[in-house]
Design a protein around this ligand. Structure first.
Ligand SMILES: Cc1cc2nc3c(=O)[nH]c(=O)nc-3n(C[C@H](O)[C@H](O)[C@H](O)COP(=O)(O)OP(=O)(O)OC[C@H]3O[C@@H](n4cnc5c(N)ncnc54)[C@H](O)[C@@H]3O)c2cc1C
Length: 267
């Protein structure tokens, strides 16, 4: 089974701060990580390879520094990594990103494509399903378990708000995955050594049979008209003192907000 896992390098959101003047992310000095859901995609690829054989290729589109994320993927034991890096890709929205990734995945060849359910920075959850549309294969989102795999089909559980849905799709297909799917492994010793020296295949626009009208700025119909931090409609308040004092302060606050009525004794 030839598996392709798509990973995005994202800023570690636990470290991200907002510039209050410009309302933009302060990215300087913020460490980058592999999008957490994409680690689950890599792990599932490795687990399926262990069961059914084949190969796991990890692909990412981004600037040259994304190489470090791909080397991390190598240290987890994937067979091959591909970086899509070209000035022609700059300014891509999700449509142009998915178009570029789809062209490269077509070139690699695939039975199964694994993506995270969403990236923790862009957060649109569009890229996975869009790749499937460009490649004209079925896609299944929010996958929490892979149950059965045959030569021709895959049966999975989808995480819904109120439960799970069991679905089968024909292969080749694309899955977007949630954290519940598996526990990503730690880097292996031998794989980590290999990750330091293994070449990272880098592809630009030339050779990917891409229509220039579909990539980069030209292929990006999304326009960001304004970005802002939403105003908080409510505020948190910390109560200090002993548990009794905190309880009394809480009752007083609830009473002044007219959430509870009556005397302290009744409350
Ligand atoms: C008008 C516009 C211009 C933009 N210009 C730029 C720009 O110049 N530079 C820039 O860095 N970003 C730019 N972006 C952001 C960029 O389009 C998104 O970061 C990208 O398309 C991924 O979308 P997302 O973060 O919502 O991912 P999601 O759709 O939430 O990601 C879902 C999954 O898709 C896969 N995936 C997502 N992105 C990638 C990737 N790059 N490589 C491999 N797999 C991936 C991962 O498996 C991920 O878990 C721009 C966006 C817009 C709207």
């Amino acid at each position: 089974m030839n598996i392709v896992a798509c990973i995005k390098q994202v800023p570690d959101t636990s470290e991200v701060k907002i510039d209050r003047e410009t309302n933009t992310l302060i990215r300087e000095g913020v460490p980058s990580i592999i999008n957490p859901f994409d680690l689950n995609a890599i792990e599932e690829g490795l687990l399926l390879k262990e069961r059914f054989g084949g190969s796991v290729t990890v692909i990412s589109m981004g600037p040259p520094q994304v190489e470090s994320a791909l080397r991390e993927a190598l240290s987890l034991g994937v067979d091959r990594v591909v970086l899509l890096c070209d000035r022609a890709f700059a300014g891509s929205d999700t449509l142009a990103t998915s178009c570029t990734l789809a062209a490269a995945i077509r070139e690699i060849g695939f039975d199964l494509i694994l993506c995270g359910k969403q990236a923790i920075d862009g957060d649109t959850a569009q890229v996975g399903p869009e790749i499937a549309e460009w490649l004209d294969v079925p896609h299944l989102t929010y996958i929490s378990a892979v149950e059965e795999v045959s030569d021709r089909s895959i049966t999975v559980s989808r995480l819904l708000e109120g439960g799970y849905e069991r679905v089968r799709a024909s292969l080749p297909a694309l899955l977007t995955v949630v954290k519940e799917l598996n526990e990503p492994r730690l880097p292996g010793y031998r794989a980590s050594l290999r990750a330091k020296t293994e070449p990272v295949t880098t592809w630009g626009a030339a050779g990917l049979n891409l229509d220039p009208a579909n990539i980069g700025m030209k292929g990006s119909p999304t326009k960001v008209t304004r970005s802002f931090v939403p105003e908080l409609g409510r505020q948190g308040q910390f109560l200090a003192g002993s548990p009794e004092e905190q309880a009394a302060a809480l009752i007083a606050a609830l009473r002044s907000a007219r959430i509870v009525h009556g005397s302290a004794k009744e409350s």
